[in-house]
Design a protein around this ligand. Structure first.
Ligand code: PLP
Length: 427
């Protein structure tokens, strides 16, 4: 039987007419668990992580999975078992790390709006580092730490003002973005940090955006950060670790991002050339570890031919997969079973939610009948994690595949689950 791997989607392949994830037919999983259903390949996650590990072979590095990409407990546990730390953006994510058996000592806490309660929680847990995003946050963090008789380990997130050439909503390292401390304020901020009783400077970090498909923005940002380290250390403040953030893109629609090991070979060559090669490095990859390891299976409910458009109405919607509605993002959509007897037609693939923005794919050529199932590709990152209960739709189930075994890591949510915490009025 011929096996055709989908480009950019290792471990997802047609064997004959049937779509497989590792050694399991996806249709069998849909039959067992219903739809919409997220399915992830552990081999694909493993390989994505291995590319980073190869890139850093022989270096001091802590890979911190940016878990907002997919924070399901079993996914967090999977990366914790591989030695990963975590980049978190809320106290809730810290609770998930601990619930999944992760190590608080490998956690870095990013985000522009950390509350005092979250700071206390993270200090209590003993996290590795706070990535501080403003001068105001630094003052509050010092106060909170002093009140606990502690010092907060801190890295300042620098906004290097480089254009990552990605979607404006996921670009974070330009002057107009809310993230990080402006390049020209960085030295002054470090000097203030070094003077605060509750702060211990440990590193520097930058994260310039997401779905970056070229090496150049990283190389430019690296130069800017290394310049800053030289200035900060010249002022007598040692920088122990350098954190380059995450943001490496994946192939959604023929995109050709550099492989993680290639990108890091280029970046580390720059570090070596400038005398920083033996530093402790931190990185925060999210999407590139999980994005193309996952797919979302959905069933075709109705075909609705129209004067201007044909609609293929499926049982997954913007509440399950918000990226198309939010960013006009492209996700490949392929049938679980290829059949030749139905002629292909061009459809907008849409969900049942009462919003015109509820679409998963536009103008896709598909040979489908009602009852057929489709796989929405590249659904491992920022899909389940952004899902909601809009329209009182329970969240989808999730299954993790390894070889020919599958494990339900999140059973399907019922409507009752979704309103369990609500209360009726007394009268
Ligand atoms: C979201 C985020 C990441 C991960 O970004 P990806 O594009 O998913 O790799 C890393 N660091 C910070 C601070 C983030 O906010």
């Amino acid at each position: 039987m011929t096996s055709t791997v989908l480009p950019g989607h290792p471990h997802i392949a047609y064997r004959g007419a049937d779509l497989f994830i590792e050694d399991l037919p996806v249709a069998q999983l849909a039959q067992m668990h219903g739809t919409p259903l997220f399915v992830y390949s552990s081999a694909a996650m493993q390989e994505a992580l291995a590319a980073y590990q190869r890139g850093f072979a022989g270096r001091k590095v802590q890979i911190c999975y940016a878990m907002k990409a997919n924070p399901s407990l079993a996914i967090v546990q999977f990366f914790a078992r591989q030695g990963c730390g975590f980049d978190i953006v809320s106290g809730g994510e810290l609770e998930r790390v601990l619930a999944a058996g992760g190590d608080a000592g490998k956690v870095i806490f990013s985000g522009v709006g950390k509350t005092r309660a979250e700071m206390r929680q993270a200090l209590q847990a003993g996290i590795l580092c706070f990535n501080v995003e403003s001068e105001a946050e630094l003052e509050v963090l010092s106060e909170v730490a002093v009140s606990m008789g502690l010092q907060a380990p801190v890295s300042i997130r620098v906004n290097p003002n480089v254009d990552p050439k990605t979607h404006p909503y996921i670009s974070t390292g330009l002057k107009g973005n809310k993230f990080g401390v402006a390049h020209e304020r960085t030295l002054a901020t470090y000097q203030r940090a070094a003077s605060l009783a509750g702060i211990r400077v440990v590193g520097i970090d930058c994260h310039i955006g997401s779905q970056i498909t070229e090496a150049t923005p990283y190389l430019d940002a690296a130069d800017r950060v290394l310049d800053l380290i030289e200035a900060i250390e010249a002022a007598g403040i040692p920088i122990h670790h350098i954190d380059f953030g995450g943001g490496l893109g994946i192939n959604y629609n023929g995109d050709t991002p550099p492989a993680a090991d290639d990108l890091w070979a280029q970046l580390l060559a720059k570090m070596d050339a400038r005398g920083f090669g033996d530093r402790q490095f931190l990185i925060e990859p999210g999407r590139s570890l999980v994005g193309n390891a996952g797919l979302c299976v959905t069933e075709v409910l109705y075909l609705k031919p129209g004067e201007e458009k044909n609609f293929c109405i499926v049982d997954a919607a913007m509440n399950d997969l918000p990226r198309p509605a939010m960013y006009q993002a492209f996700h490949g959509i392929v049938p679980l079973q290829q059949h030749s007897e139905v002629p292909a037609q061009v459809y907008d693939v849409v969900g049942p939610v009462c919003e015109s923005g509820d679409w998963l794919g536009r103008e896709r050529s598909l040979a489908v009948c009602p009852g057929d199932r489709l796989a929405v590709l590249s659904a491992g990152a920022y899909c389940m994690s952004m899902s909601s209960n809009y329209n009182t739709r329970g969240r989808a189930a999730e299954v993790l595949v390894s070889g020919s075994t599958s494990t339900v890591i999140r059973p399907r949510e019922t409507a009752a689950d979704s309103f369990r915490n609500e209360r009726l009025l007394a009268l």
